[in-house]
Design a protein around this ligand. Structure first.
Ligand SMILES: Cc1cc2nc3c(=O)[nH]c(=O)nc-3n(C[C@H](O)[C@H](O)[C@H](O)COP(=O)(O)OP(=O)(O)OC[C@H]3O[C@@H](n4cnc5c(N)ncnc54)[C@H](O)[C@@H]3O)c2cc1C
Length: 202
């Protein structure tokens, strides 16, 4: 996404890559971003609804595997949820019956984009499971009865996401993606069963 005539700019320029968070076929495209104090984000935050931007794409190949007998395990945290929201909503819309387990890590429920929507979605779609985990509940003011701590292999085992047929997907900031890939490698998952998308720039 490129901003047109932004009121300020910096060395990083006026273009950022964003994942499409909405499923194919919708009338509008949804992107979601972590707001930070950069020229691009300040401009984005101040733009009136309807301000034109330039879009190029889509790019990339993070799509679900064809073989629906093999469950998908999606691993992410923070803003890395965006491509998985699209994938999960699309799978449901197309009536796919494959099992999808989404492990979603955040510091606090307050920080977790799309959390309420995904919970509701899991309630109404038996093939989809959401395992949300919080890593800094001591800083939260909301009650939490789910998992706590980072996503690790023991958590995947506890939630039956460690079978030999499963395909793993990882998305998010590079450090998180590398950490989750290393966790899967350490558990003996071969690279051909792991697909990843790094959000370069974080
Ligand atoms: C395939 C792909 C998909 C992506 N999808 C998404 C998405 O769906 N949503 C999304 O938000 N982003 C996504 N990104 C990342 C996005 O393109 C930007 O890089 C990101 O949003 C950071 O932009 P920025 O303006 O906040 O920081 P920039 O101005 O681009 O930051 C420049 C540098 O400064 C550092 N920096 C800036 N501010 C801070 C801060 N407050 N604290 C610490 N370091 C800082 C950054 O780490 C970076 O090294 C994606 C990237 C890729 C490649």
């Amino acid at each position: 996404m490129t901003l047109q005539s932004p009121k300020e700019t910096d060395d990083e320029g006026d273009t950022r890559a964003f994942s499409i968070a909405s499923p194919p076929g919708e009338e509008s495209l949804t992107v979601a971003t972590r707001m930070r104090d950069t020229a691009f984000k300040r401009t984005l935050a101040s733009m009136a609804p309807g301000t034109p931007v330039t879009l190029a794409g889509g790019f990339g190949d993070l799509v679900l595997h064809e073989d629906s007998s093999r469950p998908a395990v999606l691993l992410t945290g923070g803003i890395g949820i965006t491509p998985f929201r699209s994938i999960v909503l699309d799978a449901a819309r197309r009536g796919l019956r494959r099992q999808i387990s989404l492990f979603y890590s955040n510091r606090r429920p307050e920080d977790a984009a799309f959390l309420d929507e995904l919970r509701e979605f899991a309630r109404t779609h038996p093939a989809f499971r959401l395992i949300a985990t919080m890593t800094q509940m001591e800083q939260s003011e909301r009650p939490w009865h789910g998992e706590t701590g980072p996503i690790d292999w023991a958590m995947l085992v506890r939630h039956a996401a460690a079978a030999g047929s499963m395909i793993y997907y990882v998305a998010g900031p590079p450090r998180m993606v590398k950490g989750l890939q290393a966790m899967l490698r350490g558990a003996g998952i071969p690279p051909e069963r792991v697909r990843a998308e790094e959000f370069d720039g974080y």
